[in-house]
Write a protein that binds this ligand. Structure first.
Ligand SMILES: Cc1cc2nc3c(=O)[nH]c(=O)nc-3n(C[C@H](O)[C@H](O)[C@H](O)COP(=O)(O)OP(=O)(O)OC[C@H]3O[C@@H](n4cnc5c(N)ncnc54)[C@H](O)[C@@H]3O)c2cc1C
Ligand code: FES
Ligand code: FES
Length: 1294
């Protein structure tokens, strides 16, 4: 590609996408998600060909001069040939919504280009990518087939080298029933990997590299000029002449600065200077400042194998940190110099390198100087002690001497791919053969605004050290990022770990007088990140089922190949419509304020076409949901929250719209009251109507007579959807009758259509919404997208198409997520653990507008509060608090997980207070057991399959044995504790708003026999289209390949319900079946007359006989709740299950590891076991995030601080339990639902709470050992901070 006007500000991602290479996706724009991964190949300085994965969103195109870039489109395609990576991720069911899939493919492809037979560890390391749908296991399963040993067991030496199928406590290696299958995909027909078929490095680039590598490069963009010198002297001259110019190498920090409005007209790119990239081993390790972190890691990994262990200690410590520092793609780009000179204390390398006594070689035109890397080198945040004309040339990292001991530590919200809260580097030199400390270096990052040396501690080791650390480490309560107490505790805890490490090593050398108790030793090793393994099982279809009938078989997702090749189109992949404009939302910066908008400056900005706000809406400036209005743009000059849309800029390009939006002048006059929390809303009595209440028995009387009373509460934080594809829409006016087409990422196309029509003041029949597929949704694309679409449609009244694509930060700010809940309970129980009465009030934080808060969400919470327990006297009240935060909305499970978790908290706390094992003696004795049971709202059900799930789960998990092992482990480990917990589940499927439980479909058969199915559901990764095709295939008796689903379109199937509440397949599947059966009835006379005719002949005949080959289908089961009486048939049926999880916590850091999870779940007779297992694993892992690491943070002014993957952590590979087993309950049927199946999308999220309660049990074990009460508060999520601070000890109290 020759780009004559290469703009230094242009990143590779937008460059590719503008050229139609849309397989590379935008997920965050900040290097945090991996959706944009591509492979870069170039000839390096030593003229060796190197391939590495990078994040295209951070890669300026000008830095790629002479490089070859391979995108997913270049790897393989469905038209030509799939690459084995693409084929295997698809066939292994590793692609659900598919939005992360091209990035995953590219990470693996780049690995295979360098190592065609990778190890599992290589694969683990290569996947610095996030996936929100799958839970990673199927991706790993597909990719591990490239490993030398890909037997499907845990291999690679884990757990004493034994296969997970043989391991103690695992009952996976045999199945009593021979119709149980453990294989979700066949491995025998995979395309072989043939590296000779891969794209070659273009010879012309090789020639170019040789010819032009010595020439400087100059690039002039619209606003920025970039110079890329190839020689050191030229670089130094440039620095001397332009001291204020920005210098970049890996460029992983500059885009963020640009986003923050820091603008650099001249940029110097230093990535081409060979002296800066060199790595040499001599007296020390000398690393060029522009050496990438990956290269540094690889060089050290190779070297330490050959090196004496004592010499390598420092490098080992550095390697340990590098393993967790960002993802592979970032490490491929990021440089050691950039890391140090960013002078950001949350970056990990300064502390460890300072402790290692590194020396920095700094160079300018005037010469070179060497400076020690220590706290003085970082005078302030973001500042290094370099003159503006100087650059960092290299870093000397010395070997360690035989009596030097070194360690490095870091603790973050998530173990990998997360900035540390606190990092530390420590080195002690002991006089040989003695225990006399000669010197001690202790450095911390994350405890102040810059690198901190524990100065006094370093002068007096061991005895007084902890006390002095307390003096040295003075964490300001206002420290950036908060968590002051935790940071301080971490600092001391790290030091204590180091102390123990040194004592141990000295004891081993026979010179220490201090004996380290053996139960302390496990605290010394950090948790090892493992590749998740596990077993999945499901029941085979009966042998009598015709082999052409796909129902019940694990068919691959219908679009998996398209998703793996990048051919699958999401809304923002559609080519631009002629004259298309872009819209950027302008949001309120104050929480409750009178606003005055002055857009005059905006209209003069380059490319700006219009500014739209409330006054420009021709119809209604609101969306209506059950007669509850919610504004599109803030109106009456009042904003209710930070992030509320107050206007929008429409411009020729995305960048112009974004830049101009910053120029909108808004004056705010703050109004009172302003509050953000549930507690404050209760104080202000600020609630939404209606409130809900359900009650059975006589709660007050039972509370009076119970043996014991427990009063407590549980708070559960909210959750961000973090679908990989951000929200957006393209509105295309058709030019007549006010018609408009919208290509929209909506789970509820009919609602979007309705809201757009109302806003434009036209009838719904003029508005057509098209939804091809969604890159994940999880409930987040039901409501808010309707408002965004209406605003975009208003902007399209210019007559030109308008595209809206939210940035990740705006998406998180504007669209909000799962409701935080507070469950306050009063419970009456007996000493044997029987719960006789429970009175629970649920408060949710609804934010500033109603959305679905009181209905689907709060209703679902209180309808689920009984879970699987027959509590004879039970009362639930639901109150939605109105606060000044962005309005919370639907999220997978609605309020179900919150409703269930509060009840599980009741069971857990009763067990603790009775001193009984929670599972066997409290959960079991309170369960529903009779054949015919009634929920607290009088819905009848049979709990048999729940009890079967429970028993099988405990058995498969070897719960009793492992509980004993956990107790044994806890008694012999002081600073590490384990916990194991199991919960049952009864989850209602369908909407509590009964009329939503409907589905419709349209099936058309064409003359050539091909079938087009349309239905009202939306494909967002859950596989609704695949299941619909399986169903149509069974009824019509044609192969799945003859059936196609193109899109969801409001013009084909009107008034469809949202795809949500786990009810999509039930509703749509029944409707498709209904339509297909109608068609078959019409065809029946022809079939009887000519049974020998093929399908195609029958269809031709039907056409000539004027038989309609188009039919609609419908399904609408009776469900409803009478809220006056608090009773009814709320759900169509219940999905049952049970889950058991074991965790281990590090009591000194709060880190935890998910060791193993076993799930047995009843999905009736599964229509597609592969998709159902995928939903279970994906939902569970999303739940793991909800209950452990996903934490939304707001400022005191109500500003959302967590606005991207850097601040908000969804589960990565390291969070998946090392062993995750999922079993679909055999011999389960669900009469009345489509082919006896059950909905499964939402229920597994709740299973994440097993991790929460297991963590709580582990903390309790730690506390009890320290003589503290096992009764203590722990709110969800159980973050590292909360775990550490709840494990109170001498260090938390300092
Ligand atoms: C998604 C993501 C996750 C990350 N996670 C972590 C993490 O977990 N832990 C961690 O420690 N870091 C993390 N980082 C930070 C990362 O390590 C740094 O951004 C990176 O090392 C900077 O190197 P660079 O080459 O990209 O620097 P650039 O962005 O190119 O430059 C950074 C700064 O250093 C200056 N600079 C660079 N080289 C020189 C030189 N030779 N002489 C003078 N000045 C120079 C530049 O002028 C600029 O001011 C993460 C970054 C991202 C984007
Ligand atoms: S879009 Fe590039 S890493 Fe997320
Ligand atoms: S399949 Fe990975 S994000 Fe959807």
């Amino acid at each position: 590609v020759v780009e004559k006007n290469a703009d230094p500000e242009q990143m590779l991602l937008s460059f590719l996408r503008r050229r139609g290479l849309t397989g590379t996706k935008y997920g965050c724009g900040g290097g945090g998600c991996g959706s944009c991964t591509v492979m870069v190949s170039r000839y390096d300085r030593n003229h060796e060909r190197v391939h590495y994965a990078v994040n295209a969103c951070l890669q300026p195109i000008v830095a790629l001069h002479g490089a070859a870039v391979v995108t997913v489109e270049g790897v393989g395609s469905t038209d030509t040939k799939l690459h084995p990576v693409q084929e295997r991720i698809a066939k292994a069911h590793g692609s659900q919504c598919g939005f992360c899939t091209p990035g995953m493919v590219m990470s693996m492809y780049a690995l295979l280009r360098n190592k065609p037979q990778p190890t599992m560890e290589d694969i683990r390391e290569a996947l610095g990518n996030l996936c929100r749908c799958t839970g990673y296991r199927p991706i790993i399963d597909g990719f591990k087939t490239f490993c030398e040993k890909s037997s499907g067991c845990c291999q690679n030496g884990r757990e004493e080298g034994r296969c997970c199928m043989e391991r103690k406590g695992s009952k996976m290696n045999h199945s009593e029933e021979n119709d149980i299958c453990h294989k979700l995909f066949p491995m025998d027909d995979f395309l072989p990997l043939d590296p000779s078929q891969d794209l070659i490095f273009p010879p012309e680039l090789m020639m170019m590299e040789k010819k032009f590598s010595a020439a400087p490069l100059y690039f002039q963009g619209e606003r920025v000029r970039l110079v890329a010198p190839s020689e050191l002297l030229h670089l130094l001259e440039l620095k001397a002449d332009h001291p204020s110019a920005a210098l970049i190498v890996g460029n992983t920090t500059i885009p963020k600065m640009l986003l923050k409005g820091e603008f650099h007209p001249l940029v110097i790119y230093a990535g081409r200077i060979s002296e800066l990239g060199a790595v040499t081993w001599g007296k020390n390790l000398m690393v060029g400042a522009a050496c990438s972190l990956s290269t540094l890691k690889e060089e050290m990994e190779k070297a330490v194998v050959e090196m004496e262990a004592e010499k390598a200690r420092g490098y080992q410590a550095l390697l340990q940190i590098l393993q967790c520092l960002a993802g592979k793609q970032i490490r491929n780009m990021a440089t050691i110099g950039g890391n140090l000179l960013s002078a950001n204390p949350k970056y990990d390398l300064s502390s460890v390198l300072a402790a290692l006594d590194c020396t920095l070689h700094v160079i300018s035109k005037d010469g070179m100087r060497s400076v020690p890397l220590d706290e003085k080198f970082f005078p302030a945040f973001g500042k290094a002690a370099l003159r503006p004309d100087e650059v960092l040339l290299s870093i000397d990292i010395p070997y360690t001497n035989s009596w030097e001991f070194v360690a490095a530590y870091r603790q973050a919200q998530r173990r990998e791919f997360a900035f540390s809260f606190v990092n530390a580097g420590m080195k002690v030199a002991i006089r040989e053969g003695t225990d006399i400390v000669e010197s001690l270096k202790v450095y911390y990052g994350g405890v102040g605004s810059t690198l901190v040396k524990a100065e006094q501690t370093c002068e007096d080791f061991l005895s007084e050290a902890c006390r002095l650390l307390n003096v040295d480490i003075n964490v300001s309560p206002s420290i950036h990022g908060g968590r002051a107490e935790y940071r301080k505790t971490l600092a001391v805890s790290f030091f204590f770990k180091f102390y123990m490490q040194v004592v141990l090593e000295m004891t081993e050398r026979g010179v220490s007088g201090v004996a380290l108790p053996p139960e302390y030793l496990s605290a010394l090793k950090p948790f090892k990140n493992e590749v998740p393994q596990g077993q999945q099982s499901f029941q085979l279809v009966s042998e009598a089922q015709p082999c052409g009938d796909p129902v019940g078989r694990p068919s691959m997702h219908q679009s998996a190949f398209q998703q793996a090749t990048g051919e699958a189109k999401y809304y923002d992949d559609l080519p631009p419509v002629q004259g298309e404009l872009f819209i950027h939302m302008v949001t309120s910066l104050r929480a409750h304020a009178r606003i005055n908008i002055d857009p005059s400056e905006v209209l003069n900005q380059p490319g700006v076409v219009a500014f739209v706000s409330a006054g420009d809406v021709p119809g209604a400036n609101r969306r209506l949901w059950f007669n509850h209005p919610e504004e599109l743009f803030a109106q009456e000059e009042q904003a209710l929250c930070v992030g509320q849309i107050i206007g929008a800029v429409v411009a020729e390009t995305r960048e112009q719209a974004r830049r101009a939006a910053e120029k909108v002048q808004v004056t705010y006059q703050d109004l009172q009251p302003v509050f953000f929390t549930i507690e404050d809303a209760i104080k202000h009595e600020s609630f939404f109507e209606p409130k809900r209440k359900v009650e059975r028995g006589d709660v007050d009387e039972a509370l009076r007579t119970a043996e014991h009373i427990l009063e407590d509460q549980l708070y559960m934080g909210g959750q961000e959807h973090f679908y990989m594809e951000t929200q957006g829409v393209i509105a295309v006016p058709k030019g007549e009758h006010g018609e408009m087409d919208l290509f929209v990422a909506s789970q509820h196309a009919a609602f979007t259509q309705e809201v757009v029509a109302m806003a434009l003041g036209v009838d719904s029949n003029k508005i057509t919404c098209h939804v091809k597929r969604l890159g994940g949704a999880f409930g987040g694309k039901v409501m808010k997208i309707a408002s965004l679409s209406a605003i975009t449609a208003v902007a399209a009244r210019t007559g030109r198409a308008v595209r809206c694509c939210l940035d990740r930060g705006d998406d998180m700010l504007i669209t909000s997520g799962r409701h935080p809940f507070l469950g306050k309970y009063k419970v009456g129980y007996n000493s044997d653990g029987t719960i006789v009465a429970a009175d629970i009030t649920y408060y949710s934080n609804g934010g500033c507008t109603l959305d679905e808060s009181p209905f689907q969400i709060m209703e679902k919470a209180i309808l689920h509060m009984d879970n699987g327990y027959k509590i004879p006297n039970l009362r639930g009240r639901g109150v939605v608090c109105k606060t000044y935060l962005p309005s919370y909305t639907a999220f997978r499970g609605f309020g179900g997980p919150q409703g269930l978790t509060v009840m599980e908290s009741v069971l857990h706390e009763v067990a603790v207070r009775c001193g009984l094992p929670p599972e066997k003696q409290v959960r079991e004795i309170n369960m529903y057991r009779e054949q015919q049971c009634y929920t607290h709202y009088k819905q009848p059900f049979c709990p048999t399959d729940m009890l079967r799930c429970w028993d099988e789960c405990l058995e498969k998990a070897s719960y009793q044995d492992r509980l004993r092992e956990v107790q044994l482990f806890n008694s012999s480990n002081r600073w590490r504790k384990r916990g194991i917990t199991a919960v049952p589940m009864k989850f209602g499927v369908g909407f509590s708003k009964g009329f939503y439980n409907q589905g419709a479909a349209l099936v058309n058969i064409f003359k050539d026999g091909s079938v087009l199915v349309s239905h009202g559901g939306t494909e967002m990764g859950q596989g609704i289209n695949t299941k619909a095709i399986q169903i149509a295939s069974r009824v019509l008796q044609v192969p799945m390949s003859s059936i196609f689903i193109k899109e969801t379109c409001t013009g084909n199937v009107p008034n469809a319900a949202p795809s949500a509440a786990s009810f999509g397949t039930d509703a749509v599947g029944m409707a498709v079946k209904d339509a297909c059966e109608k068609l078959m009835r019409r065809l029946q006379p022809l079939t009887e007359k000519n049974p020998q005719h093929t399908w195609k002949q029958q269809i031709t005949e039907a056409y000539f006989q004027k038989i309609s080959l188009s039919a609609t289908g419908f399904f609408g089961p009776p469900t409803n709740v009478d809220w006056e009486k608090g009773e009814g048939q709320a759900y169509y049926y219940f999905t049952f299950g049970a889950c058991c999880s074991e965790v281990e916590i590090d009591c000194l850091t709060g880190d935890h590891k998910n060791i193993r999870t076993d799930i047995v779940i009843d999905v009736g007779k599964s229509i597609n076991p592969a998709l159902d297992v995928g939903q279970v694993e994906g939902g569970f892992v999303q739940g793991v995030g909800l209950y452990t690491i996903e934490e939304l943070q707001f400022s005191a002014d109500g500003v959302l601080k967590t606005r991207g993957p850097t601040q908000y952590k969804i589960p990565a590979l390291c969070d998946v339990p090392a062993e995750l087993n999922v079993h679909l309950l055999a011999n389960a049927e669900n009469p009345g639902a489509i082919y006896l199946s059950k909905g499964i999308g939402e229920p597994p999220v709740f299973f994440g709470c097993t991790i929460f309660f297991a963590i709580k049990a582990a903390i309790a074990a730690a506390r009890q050992e320290r003589g503290l009460s096992a009764i203590f508060p722990l709110n969800s999520p159980a973050t590292a901070e909360k775990i550490r601070m709840a494990c109170q000890d001498q260090f938390t109290k300092m």
